[in-house]
Design a protein around this ligand. Structure first.
Ligand code: ADP
Ligand code: MG
Length: 559
């Protein structure tokens, strides 16, 4: 039988397909399973419009069979099948998607369950196979046909035998080479894990015969093999279920199954967005800081699914840096993917989803802060630093989002307080939000400078984290109140008469101050009288914007 040539463009595409579009070989299985699932969906849609046809869900499944001896991997489905014309058109022309045409012809607005649209996924089979044989019998026909190809040099189509409607794809798996391993695609356990990873939520059962070896009864060194058919996928994704059906434990199990973390999550968010952009998401706020969290190695991101099929393990674009601790997944039907699915277009939908997610995380944190303070403080001790960096980075662009999530130690009741709590109880005559920076609360409490402020009955924020003061500088004002370091020159407390008084004290003691300044040359720029001291004889203060603590940090930074 004469071999037909792929169209010229197809040849080039096929080559590209095998060598560069996909980054991982294992995804061939995802593509073939997605096609099989699409083919079953088409049966389902057919049944919807055809009264003579009943769709029994039990009759529809996908079966994977690995044959190590013959090096074949077979994927069989009970879907709609292909006529010889369809074999020719859909498999003979790369980048032609029968599924896209089906969606268009049937005007399936809710035909969105069908995954295929680019017409290239099928060819990923050639990444792992030397020969691909597709035997198919179309619905409504009693004849079957076989399409076979060894890759770029063409394909044949000829009549074949097949008992039932559907498609059977046999891959002759490549031999191992020095650089590449292919044996793994014949290993049942490896195959099962690939299915779990990418296709767990395909809505039809994906079955495989799993072989296990047990010692023969009454014998230590003889084994017997048993074969058991297993369904590999869990089919209904938890994120498509109703929140009311799910318990905290279900979410915790999902968190652990997915290895988002090994601890228990502190809180979860289940989003079912149905507005401008349609998506489902389950997000987690972890309790503990991952060991590499505050390092360059940490990679933020959410798992991204398109219609139940995993597209990306860590989609970083979905999370702003300041919420990089969030774990979880997003599934959307609305994503316009490009042909490889690996490379997402940075499109409008994705941006919309990201924006939406950001505000959901924010409101979850706000409600934790409001209603479950103790939990929030646990969260804050793990990730508060990241929020403060978030305020500081990007020149304060995100301060509106973040400033109400910040907590600082306070001189009042030695508790963590929010800026809002601070401002709401400020006495009327208090002009500024006061803060004092230092290595620890104990140290700050010994600072001479805090006495004047606390004697006035004003609350002081104790900044113990390097980043604290930088974050406040970026916020600049909160509810129209400026921040003021207790060690800054003008505290806004002394009355004008005090100023005159200290000036007169200064001229009276000019000689003493001059000689002190002489002793401390190079260490201080000026010695002057202070109204700020109560029980301490002297204190250090700064002029200008930077406090002593900030200067220390800036000096310690690598330049
Ligand atoms: P896509 O799935 O993006 O359309 P593929 O290259 O994966 O592209 O598949 C090309 C076309 O071949 C599909 O659109 C479909 O019409 C057809 N096809 C592939 N696999 C099957 C199958 N198992 N059963 C029926 N049709 C199939
Ligand atoms: Mg496909």
């Amino acid at each position: 039988m004469a071999k037909k040539q792929f169209q010229a463009e197809s040849k080039r595409l096929l080559d590209m397909m095998i060598h560069s579009i996909y980054t991982q070989k294992e995804i061939f299985l995802r593509e073939l399973i997605s096609n099989a699932s699409d083919a079953i969906d088409k049966m389902y849609y057919r049944a919807l419009s055809d009264d003579t046809l009943v769709f029994n869900k039990e009759d529809y499944f996908i079966k994977i069979t690995a044959d190590k001896a013959n090096r074949t991997l077979t994927i069989t489905d009970t879907g709609i099948g292909m006529t010889p014309e369809e074999l020719e058109n859909n498999l003979g022309v790369i980048a032609k998607s029968g599924s896209l045409a089906f969606k268009n012809e049937n005007e399936l607005k809710d035909g969105h369950n069908i995954i295929g649209q680019f017409g290239v996924g099928f060819y990923s089979a050639f990444m792992v196979a030397d020969v691909v044989t597709v035997t198919s019998r179309a619905f409504g026909s009693d004849e079957a046909f076989k399409w076979e190809s060894e890759g770029a040099d063409g394909y044949t189509i000829e009549p074949a035998a097949k008992d039932s409607v559907g498609t059977k794809i046999v891959l002759k798996i490549k031999e191992n080479t020095e650089d590449d391993q292919y044996d793994e695609y014949l290993d049942e356990y490896r195959l099962r894990s690939i299915v779990k990873k990418y296709s767990d939520f395909i809505r039809y059962p994906i079955k495989m015969d799993m072989t296990s070896r047990q010692p023969k009864e009454g014998s230590d060194n003889e084994f017997e093999e048993t074969v058991e058919e297993q369904t590999l996928n869990s089919m209904v994704p938890i994120w498509r279920k109703n929140k009311s059906e799910l318990t905290d434990e279900d979410y915790e199990n999902f968190y652990n199954e997915k290895r988002y973390g090994f601890d228990k999550p502190l809180s979860h968010i289940h989003i079912k967005a149905d507005g401008a952009v349609v998506y489902n998401a389950i997000l987690f706020i972890p309790e503990n800081t991952p060991f590499d969290y505050y390092t360059k190695e940490y990679e933020k991101g959410l798992e991204l699914y398109s219609n139940g099929v995993l597209i990306m393990n860590k989609c970083g674009d979905l999370l702003p840096d300041y919420f990089s601790f969030v774990k979880g997944m997003v599934d959307s039907e609305d994503l316009s993917l490009n042909i490889s699915r690996e490379m997402l277009q940075h499109d409008r939908q994705l941006k919309l989803i990201a924006k939406n997610i950001q505000s959901k995380i924010k409101s979850q944190l706000v409600s934790l802060l409001k209603d479950e303070r103790e939990k929030y403080e646990r969260f804050y001790s793990s990730f508060g630093r990241q929020l403060k960096f978030g305020v500081y980075n990007d020149y304060g662009m995100n301060k509106e989002v973040l400033q109400d999530l910040l907590l600082f130690h306070s001189s009042k009741e030695k508790k963590l307080v929010t800026l809002d709590e601070y401002v709401s109880r400020m006495p009327e005559d208090q002009k500024y939000i006061y803060y004092a920076a230092g290595e620890s609360i104990e140290r700050i409490e010994k600072l001479p400078q805090i006495e004047v402020v606390s004697d006035k009955g004003y609350e002081i924020l104790y900044l113990t984290d390097d980043i604290d003061e930088f974050a406040l500088k970026v916020i600049m004002t909160y509810k129209e109140k400026e921040f003021k370091s207790v060690s800054s020159g003008d505290l806004g407390i002394e009355a004008d008469t005090d100023k005159e008084q200290s000036e007169s004290e200064e001229s009276a003691n000019k000689e003493l101050f001059d000689s002190m300044q002489g002793f401390l040359a190079g260490k201080v720029t000026k010695v002057k009288a202070s109204k700020r001291l109560k029980t301490h004889p002297v204190c250090l203060s700064t002029e200008g914007e930077l406090t002593i603590e900030m200067e220390k940090i800036l000096k310690a930074m690598p330049s």
